[in-house]
Design a protein around this ligand. Structure first.
Ligand SMILES: C[S@@+](CC[C@H](N)C(=O)[O-])C[C@H]1O[C@@H](n2cnc3c(N)ncnc32)[C@H](O)[C@@H]1O
Length: 353
């Protein structure tokens, strides 16, 4: 006999589900609003639905009103029923309008959409035990991923993460050779290159469209030949003698992270340092039953595990591997010391020598 229903617990649980479903249903309306510039049009300028529709380039007023009411119900914009005007508070603007803010979340909504688009492929993998190639997930998983991580990188790589490594900032200032492995569309590589004009940077990734996009970004930044982007699997990078190798949110996606670690050791100069930025996680699943762990476990099921299982070895560390397991893999690749140099709410930064 199943245990009796506790009405209080049921109400609390259904309340939570209402909230969660509201969040899920906001994904398409938020994306539409971001693409049509509706959040931007409200930044610093309250508007009625008609004014907003005009301001966003002459959109259909009825759609804009329903959209704005949906965002007000979401709590993503404010609504004044007396003036019938919608507005963006400074905090809401940080999330939906200010692209340089650490909590600009447009990329997160893109990532959710990419996860939904790849549902059928991943579902089949559950049956077959196969993986999904990074480039095959969804229309633009790689653009969404770049956009998702960019705010964290803009606000942390140069300000917090590099300075936390022993002696590396100084070497980058005077001139060091750096490889950014698994660089995706290259935001991390370009941020470092802009901050350290005496140093050389090479971004490597096995996904050709990402590298092509990274090259386009580099051209726009005008950093010349100090920055290059090359298509290469992590384990097959031929250049060596790097003072610093960085890996941003990608070691756990690799099929053979242990083999990659061994190769990073080979391409580093003898006194070189490997910086591994990974999702923050505790060492046991029970430590990750929190809002951040929730995001990562869901993304990991749909993206990280299938990406790794598609490759040789298929270690499938997942996005919540934790420091102990990552350190073990890194040490098995031949590194003597691994330490947590620093951490933030979403990432931990490991330094290996
Ligand atoms: C989650 S994305 C992170 C991309 C980028 N570092 C960023 O933070 O935006 C993982 C990246 O790892 C790359 N990747 C996965 N396995 C790889 C491998 N074995 N060799 C090279 N790149 C790999 C993917 O192509 C993808 O760009």
């Amino acid at each position: 006999m199943s245990p009796p229903i506790d009405e209080t617990k049921l109400h609390a649980f259904v309340g939570k589900m209402l909230n969660d479903l509201g969040g899920a249903m906001s994904v398409p309306t938020v994306r539409v609003g971001l693409r049509l510039g509706l959040f931007d049009a409200l930044d610093n300028a309250p508007a009625t639905a008609s004014e907003l529709a005009q301001r966003a380039g002459g959109l259909h007023q009825r759609y804009v009103r329903e959209w704005a009411l949906a965002q007000a119900a979401n709590g993503y914009v404010d609504f004044d029923p007396v003036t019938d005007r919608f507005s963006l508070s400074p905090e809401q603007a940080m999330v939906f309008a200010n692209r340089e803010s650490p909590v600009y979340l447009a990329g997160a909504f893109e990532l959710v959409a990419a996860m939904i688009e790849a549902e059928a492929k991943v579902e089949e993998c559950f049956r077959q035990g196969t993986g999904v190639r990074w480039g095959d997930h969804a229309g633009c998983l790689f653009c969404a991923t770049g956009a998702f991580f960019r705010p964290g990188y803009v606000n942390n790589i140069v300000q917090n993460w590099i300075p936390a490594l022993d002696g590396i900032e100084e070497r980058l200032r005077t001139g060091a050779k750096t490889a950014d492995v698994g660089c995706g569309v290259g935001f991390s590589t370009l941020l470092m290159a802009e901050a350290y004009p005496e140093s050389q940077f090479v971004g490597f990734d096995f996904h050709e469209p990402s590298i092509e996009e990274a090259r386009r970004h580099a051209e726009r930044h005008g950093l010349g030949d100090r920055v290059r982007f090359e298509v290469a699997k992590a384990k097959e990078i031929a250049e060596d003698g790097f003072d610093l190798v960085t890996m941003y949110d990608c070691l756990h996606d690799m099929g053979d992270p242990r083999g990659c670690a061994a190769h990073m050791r080979r391409i580093l100069a003898p006194d070189g340092v490997w910086m591994i930025v990974e999702p923050i996680a505790g060492d046991v699943p029970a430590d990750n039953m929190n809002p951040v762990g929730r995001l990562y476990y869901n993304a990991s099921t749909m993206i990280c595990v299938p990406t790794s299982l598609d490759q040789e070895v298929g270690e499938a560390l997942g996005a919540q591997a934790g420091e102990a397991r990552l350190s073990r893999i890194i040490e098995e690749g031949g590194f003597e010391t691994v330490r947590r140099a620093t951490e933030g709410p979403f990432n931990m930064v490991l330094e290996a020598r």
